[in-house]
Design a protein around this ligand. Structure first.
Ligand SMILES: C[S@@+](CC[C@H](N)C(=O)[O-])C[C@H]1O[C@@H](n2cnc3c(N)ncnc32)[C@H](O)[C@@H]1O
Length: 275
């Protein structure tokens, strides 16, 4: 079978299965089976798939039709212009989380030490370490996530270290910048998530307690011992979390504010400690 035919048939199968963006997905999975860039598909449409390539492609299509996210098949996701490795042990980094990077760079452009609580793939810790030329610490309750984050830091050349612990329990010292994208789905909404998310992404990365804000309410008082006076805490929030997350910032905090995403939803809440 040629690449042209494989692409056409893959697109048809994914379309029938109701997969979002079937053509693009077939391209990505075929490239992954070939271990080639997309340009190869179109520059060599008559390339005959080897038996191994065909078997791989068929397996990837089958997995995708079963609801497995493409990124857990290809094991990569782009974030802030860099390619991060992912596994089913970590949340797939989302484009909206780039707002956290942008706000952090805006308020703390000179930060030389950064803490990322609930680091997952390390997307925030590694990106900020590289963008700021800083040293980053990332924490996660998941031992597997810490392994994924360490591999991403090593691959991308970031100065970062990762610790397996509850929130920031094992972290000492003072930071001018702390970021976090904690789990924020309220328990009652877990059943309403897309099945790809609910059935494949780690619930430890999604479930934020009954209200979806419990982890924020634990983080704010914990980081008061870790922020330098005048240091910033930058959170990603869920669409319903704004009021409760802002209320979690007590009277020792200043300049607490919300930033909306491109769709107009409250997406980032940040505040400055003491100072
Ligand atoms: C929404 S994901 C965010 C991952 C990554 N920071 C990102 O933005 O793509 C939340 C992460 O917090 C971690 N986590 C959940 N509860 C935690 C806790 N009590 N202490 C530390 N990490 C926790 C999860 O394992 C998950 O990796």
């Amino acid at each position: 079978m040629t690449l042209r035919t494989a692409l056409r048939q893959g697109t048809e199968i994914l379309t029938q299965a109701g997969v979002f963006e079937p053509r693009l997905t077939a391209e990505v999975l075929l490239c992954h089976a070939l271990r080639r860039e997309k340009v190869y598909l179109y520059s060599h449409p008559e390339h005959e798939l080897s038996t191994v390539e065909w078997i791989h492609y068929g397996r990837y299509l089958h997995e995708r039709m079963g609801g497995k996210p493409t990124q857990y098949i290809t094991r990569v996701q782009e974030f802030y212009g860099r390619e991060f490795g992912v596994s089913p042990a970590v949340l797939i980094p989302r484009p909206e989380t780039e707002h956290v990077v942008e706000e952090a760079l805006r308020v703390a452009p000179g930060a030389r030490r950064v803490l990322d609580i609930g680091t997952g793939s390390g997307a925030l810790a590694v990106t900020l370490a590289l963008e700021l030329g800083a040293w980053a610490v990332g924490t996660d309750l998941s031992f597997e996530a810490v392994g994924v984050a360490r591999r991403n830091a090593a691959k991308l050349g970031a100065r970062a270290e990762f610790v397996q612990c509850d929130l920031a329990a094992a972290v000492g010292g003072r930071f001018p910048l702390i970021v976090s994208n904690p789990p924020y789905i309220p328990a009652r909404e877990m059943g309403t998530l897309q099945h790809e998310v609910r059935d494949h992404e780690p619930h430890l990365a999604l479930l934020g307690g009954e209200a979806g804000t419990e982890i924020y309410e634990r983080i704010v008082p914990q980081v008061e011992r870790l922020l330098e006076p005048g240091g910033w805490l930058v959170f990603e929030i869920g669409y319903q979390g704004e009021a409760r997350v802002r209320a979690a910032f007590g009277e020792r905090w200043k300049e607490v504010r919300t930033v909306r995403d491109l769709a107009g939803w409250p997406r980032v809440v940040l505040g400055r400690f003491g100072g």
